[in-house]
Design a protein around this ligand. Structure first.
Ligand SMILES: Cc1cc2nc3c(=O)[nH]c(=O)nc-3n(C[C@H](O)[C@H](O)[C@H](O)COP(=O)(O)OP(=O)(O)OC[C@H]3O[C@@H](n4cnc5c(N)ncnc54)[C@H](O)[C@@H]3O)c2cc1C
Length: 414
């Protein structure tokens, strides 16, 4: 008898906002990862879960479901509108630069996360629509250029792959691009971008083939169970499981609060313009003074002027979309022919106080696990793999130690 989980490519029968803030160094990532994973410590494990409910079908929830399914766990994803949360609005760069204020340790997590996309790309059968051309980042003269030069020095000092560029390098790296007035910049060759709609379509299909059940419903409560199992109260009644993973994006705070857990998230909005497919124009991501621009493997162009925390854009009018393409055409003149297809708006859930992920079990109910983070597209495969290890194997991954929900819940240690 065949097991549908084996349909996940690569698994045999035994395998059972500021723009740049959302915005490498593969060998470094591998080295860092190897040492941290080796130090993973064993904790008294909960019993291996037979049934896990994932609340939220965005990039984080679906990627976690995919990784759990390959571990032979029965998985149910609950979401009234899977994929239609923040994820559909992502520019979706795979980014490994936290230049302003972030620590080296936090940046190293990003570097490893970008590298883990290559593992995930192979394990999903090399069918995910990813562009690995790197990102070209530059600023006009002024304060922003000074900051960018300092960012570059910091990234290089941390061993991240970031090459300083001059004005002429923009066109060398991206034929046809015009830098305009150039102050400072750098190229990050290891980074990339994904077509998020395409990725979600593939992942959902592979997850379903592997046995994941998607049920379109909202979770309204998480009552504390008496028998050690988790009860999930949905709008259509209760579901009982061994383990619950809260990957509900902006909805995570309210659900966790039902168990007395404080999971503080700031919401920052951003809009993007998407074109109809065009002939190949760009094979790298451009992050210039006039916005971010990329071309998906299917030919669609995506551009956003600035979706910085604080910018809080919400304009999804056709007029604004056409304006965004007119602005993008000043950097890439070929985009003067771009035809607006759609506008997207997303509200990014950003963990408060340092923007670092909030990942781990909730002390009042250890079989309820939270997974909330910014740059969720970049983080998803690495985090999902580590979360699956923690939930299925009962291993506490040292690399996640700085990101536990306990830091917002001192009452748990009182
Ligand atoms: C303009 C813009 C640009 C971005 N650019 C990048 C980028 O370049 N790189 C990058 O890595 N990230 C980027 N991001 C951020 C990225 O999109 C998010 O970090 C990521 O999508 C978060 O994924 P998620 O699965 O946590 O949340 P979501 O996608 O919001 O998914 C959460 C899901 O939970 C469901 N849900 C909520 N409450 C409940 C409930 N009570 N019951 C059941 N289901 C529930 C929702 O319906 C939703 O589908 C960008 C975002 C925006 C808006």
């Amino acid at each position: 008898m065949s097991d549908k989980r084996n349909d996940i490519p690569g698994h045999g029968p035994e395998g059972l906002i500021r723009r740049r803030d959302f915005v490498s160094g593969l060998p470094l990532a591998l080295a860092l990862g190897a040492s941290s994973m080796a130090r993973a410590a064993v904790r008294p494990p909960l019993p291996r879960p037979a049934h896990v409910v994932v609340v939220g079908g965005g990039i984080i929830g679906v990627t976690i479901a995919w990784h759990l399914a390959r571990r032979a766990v029965r998985v149910t994803v609950l979401d009234p509108t899977p994929g239609q949360g923040c994820t559909q609005g992502a520019f979706a760069m795979l980014i490994a630069g936290q230049p302003e204020g972030g620590s080296e340790e936090f940046n190293a997590l990003y570097v490893r996360a970008v590298a883990d996309w290559r593992r995930f790309q192979a394990e999903t059968g090399n069918v995910l629509p990813i562009q690995w051309g790197g990102t070209v980042n530059w600023a006009a003269p002024g304060d922003r250029a000074d900051t960018m030069a300092a960012d570059w020095r910091r990234l290089v000092s941390w061993g991240v792959g970031a090459e300083a560029i001059a004005a002429g390098d923009v066109a060398r790296l991206c034929p046809g691009a015009l830098p305009g007035e150039f102050g400072a910049g750098y190229f990050m060759p290891d980074q990339g971008a994904v077509d998020i709609d395409g990725v979600m379509t593939v992942l959902q299909a592979q997850a379903v083939r592997a046995g994941v059940e998607f049920r379109r419903m909202s979770v309204v409560d998480l009552p504390r169970g008496e028998d050690g199992r988790a009860t999930i109260m949905t709008e259509h009644g209760p579901i009982v499981a061994d383990h619950v993973i809260l990957a509900a994006g902006a909805g995570t705070t309210a659900l966790a609060s039902r168990l007395g857990a404080h999971i503080p998230l700031d919401l920052v909005s951003g809009t993007l313009a998407h074109s109809k497919p065009m002939e190949p124009v760009l094979h790298r991501v451009l992050n210039g003074p006039l916005g971010s621009i990329k071309q998906n493997p299917n030919g669609t162009i995506v551009t956003g002027l600035d979706y910085a925390p604080g910018a809080s854009g919400t304009d999804i009018s056709e007029a604004y979309g056409r304006k965004l393409f007119a602005i993008a055409a000043r950097t890439v003149p070929a985009l003067k022919d771009a035809v607006l297809d759609k506008m997207t708006l997303g509200y990014v859930p950003i963990p408060a106080e340092g923007r670092m992920p909030i990942v781990g079990p909730l002390a009042p109910a250890p079989n309820v696990y939270v997974a909330a983070m910014m740059s969720g597209v970049t983080m998803a495969p690495l985090m999902a793999r580590m979360i699956a290890a923690e939930v299925v194997d009962g291993i506490r991954v040292d690399m996640l130690a700085p990101y536990r929900p306990d830091r917002f819940n001192p009452q748990w240690n009182a």
